[in-house]
Write a protein that binds this ligand. Sequence first.
Ligand SMILES: [Cu+2]
Length: 375
Amino acid sequence: MALRLPWVLLAAAASAYRLEVPFWTDDAGFCEPLPGLAPHNHRPSGLTPLTVFEGTTLVFKYSRYHDVWEHATAESLAACDFDTATMLADTSQGGGCTNDANLSCIRAASGFEWHSMDKVGQHFFSCSVHDHCPNGQRLEVTVLAKTAPVPTHPMQVVVPQWTDDAGYCKPIPGLAPTVHRPSGLRPITLLTGQSLLFRYSQHHDVWAHPTLEALQNCDYDSAVQLAGRSDGGGCADDLDQACLAASDGFALTPTQDEMYLSCGVHDHCQNGQRLVVTVLPAPCPHDEMTDGDGAADADEQQRRNSAILMIEGLAAANAVLLMLVSGVLVLLCCVLRAVRSTHLGQARHGGGGAIPSFNRLDFEMQPGAPKPEAV
Ligand SMILES: [Cu+2]
């Protein structure tokens, strides 16, 4: 099942064992009404499925307006049938914040932890409050055995929702109402050889900024346009997911280890249509634990418990954290690789250069996913 997802991201975001489920709320999602759906139905397909290795802890952080239930089957989840579901955490266990839009409170909350040890298989989570489940607060989690092979890496990574409309859907305190993703898109980390695919309507384009600072300032003085409005597929409407999914889009093979990309149309960059892309060396997925190196065993164990993460790209709250954490850990990862390779005298594929985690991020709406029963 993991292989059907469009892309794999190698990153260090997860600090191996803990993964935050982004935006456990029915508010985060596409911010314009979706054709045929109730205006508050932002995620008709639910949260993007998440796959982790056994041992990973999922952290649900949420306001007092949500809870966490587990359904026994995919059908029960799709139907938001709580008769056969079990409550795992009540409205107070997500951290106790009183406002979904208070991103700093949510970010700082301790949250509800779900431990995946001895839970290999499929798990189905939802929120039972009001109509949150039918509105998309549903999550499928696959727990892989520790010994399961790391899934292969598709060569092309689809950039999620290249628009300024997809994001948190209520005004965020201190920000303009149009700012849905104050931290920009969740950073994307590619492996060498992978390329990016931008699919977007005629209302957007793609620019490259020379520095992170220029990106954050939406400074176009020295930016270069990589693709025009018609290059993303030519669809007329951001909301026409079928058109977007069928379009060729604009493929970009990164030319630098870090790229700073944005949309130059109107205020889209300021509103969060910004993306940092990092390119890392391709890892060997079959690095083996080194016997007789006790100091490295715990380290290796963390790596083997690394997570494959598939989440929505609309998680503004987590984006800041992720950007910081992944930046630090990617650096750490590189240092570790270098140190271990040198120390163990091994070639990259010999086992010394393992990476701390694999994250699989899939930000796209899943056109084939089940529609909610009621909206
Ligand atoms: Cu745009």
